[in-house]
Design a protein around this ligand. Structure first.
Ligand SMILES: [Fe+2]
Ligand SMILES: [Fe+2]
Length: 186
């Protein structure tokens, strides 16, 4: 049984903090592909940190960078759409009963594809302007606000299947995901 200790920084440059989580996502995805890893534990850790990370970005980083004119409203909205897509793939992974099935492997691959695309695009179109268009002081303020919310969501068990279901249902209602898609319970 593996216990994943998710780091909980409380302050720092928001860009560095977010990049550290992106590297953590990649390492957890690698474990999810590894038949000798504790994939149950890796799935739980990834679900929790992925939801906490993305929700805190939407509430504490995207809109703030838009207000500082570092990114456009469209870029912020596109990031939210990609979070919704990733969360939908995460929900499918959480709904897999076992971890040693083809269904599980396929769900990991689909999540990896969505997530790798998103973190690449976020680093290029959102974190780059955050590095060049806002001051170090603003990056520190955003870092503290983002980390505080992320850590609170980690404490609340943000990656539980019921919470992820609720987040995906809300994304459908808000039009971030196609309305005719599956998984629209609640
Ligand atoms: Fe991110
Ligand atoms: Fe993101």
């Amino acid at each position: 049984m593996t216990t994943y200790d998710i780091p909980r920084p409380t302050e720092g440059d928001v860009v560095e903090l977010i990049l550290d989580d992106h590297r953590l996502f990649e390492s957890l995805l690698r474990d999810l592909r590894d038949a000798t890893a504790d994939r149950e534990a890796a799935r739980e850790a990834l679900a929790t940190v992925l939801i906490a990370h993305g929700e805190a970005e939407e509430a504490k980083v995207y809109a703030q960078l838009n207000r500082k004119r570092a990114i456009t409203k469209g870029e912020a909205e596109h990031g939210e759409e990609e979070h919704a897509e990733g969360n939908e793939k995460l929900l499918a992974l959480l709904e897999c009963k076992g971890t040693d099935t083809q269904k599980f492997d396929d769900a990991v691959e689909e999540l990896a594809t969505a997530l790798n695309h998103h973190i690449g695009e976020e680093e290029q179109t959102i974190l780059n302007p955050a590095k060049t268009e806002v001051s170090e002081q603003v990056r520190q303020e955003l870092g503290a606000a983002w980390a505080t919310m992320r850590n609170q969501l980690l404490d609340e068990g943000a990656g539980s299947i019921s919470n992820v279901r609720g987040i995906v249902a809300k994304a459908h209602r808000e039009g971030l995901l196609p309305a005719d898609d599956e998984g629209e319970e609640k």
